[in-house]
Design a protein around this ligand. Sequence first.
Ligand code: PLP
Length: 447
Amino acid sequence: ANPARVSNENTAVPNDLESWWMPFTANRQFKANPRLLVGAKDMHYTTHDGRQVIDGSAGLWCVNAGHCRKPIVEAIQKQAAEMDFAPTFQMGHPKAFEFASRLAHLAPGDLNHVFFANSGSEAVDTALKIAIAYHRARGEGARTRLIGRERGYHGVGFGGISVGGIVSNRKVFGPLLAGVDHLPHTHSLKDMAFSKGQPDWGTHLADDLERIVTLHDASTIAAVIVEPVAGSTGVLIPPKGYLQKLRQICDKHGILLIFDEVITGFGRTGAAFGAETFGVIPDMMTTAKGLTNAAVPAAAVFTRKHVHDAFMSGPENMIELFHGYTYSAHALACAAGIATLDLYRDEGIFENAKALAPYWEDAVHSLKGVKNVIDLRNIGIMAGIEMAPREDGAGKRGYEVFVKAYEKGLMARLTGDTIALSPPLILTRKHIDDIFGILKDAIQSVN
Ligand code: PLP
């Protein structure tokens, strides 16, 4: 018998689990014991066996306003009936302009131009390409080098994995982009374990950018890309002053600074963007996920005025940037996105995240002393709970905790032996209590 074939008698599990090659999943392990989600509302999912689980990860860090919110659902339904698709190459539609304008007003500083894509990976590729083309447009075509960071996650395109720094996402895919270098990551258990919010230690790690500039020469470097908070690697919070220092060094050498805000955008850190929380304005910002509350796939690259304007000097009948996607500014995405921004504003969702951040921090750090917990990290409404790897293999303890938590009613996110939490930002204190109550039980029940 094929273990991947599960009878659907009295269950919502389909007969054929074999055909779908699942992303970032241990397919054989999963299909032997599948976890299927069949419904969602606000802070909870419904599982295929009829249980309610609290969504500790906002889906994949993306459903910031909670699930199946009526205004977003209705906006999508209306748009689908009115105009499903409109091309955006040499054509346009009103909602795309409206959405971009709303986003430009929300963004800090002069990050006031928006290029649409459909996923974080596409947003990253877009930003990297704009960075290189920007320098060329200004007559500095030798600036093609890109600097990422160890442990960084920038999606799965060849650009993103080249500047990314998670080894398993890179090692089997060949030589990747040429001319990429990496900053060191900012994590050190010895120096910063159990820091609340931004660690005091680690600012000096930004100085490595000076070393890289000396090695390659500034005239060859286009951009530096970092996540303000490194999410997928397990929630690494930037040391105090670190992002400021990166900004200063980039300014000194004419290098563009890109913040990958795919996770930190739209309220996660307690303000609209991490750029605001940390008080550093990058030259470009990549976003996705919370952009449409994940109801329709969409991404947006924000650029500062000087970046955009550098492309606007040639003949007016020329296409300025030979880049775009069939689904850039998809009509459904724009409708969902505008409704999402309305909801964020009308319900004060970012403000709720900010107001609850101290309570969240206390809840996170209440796990100090629980067995096997070796670090706790938090900012806004996100957290990393790191457990010691077990001798039988890195990641096994984490996986067991993740499964136990799910059985007990909490969906969390797992990376290695770190549990990452990032629930919808409509949460209450009661939800925080529920999340940490279940997680503590789960950790304690695993060896
Ligand atoms: N960049 C960051 C910082 C992310 O966290 C992610 C996804 O988690 C991505 C890019 C890739 O986004 P997507 O999966 O939509 O391509």
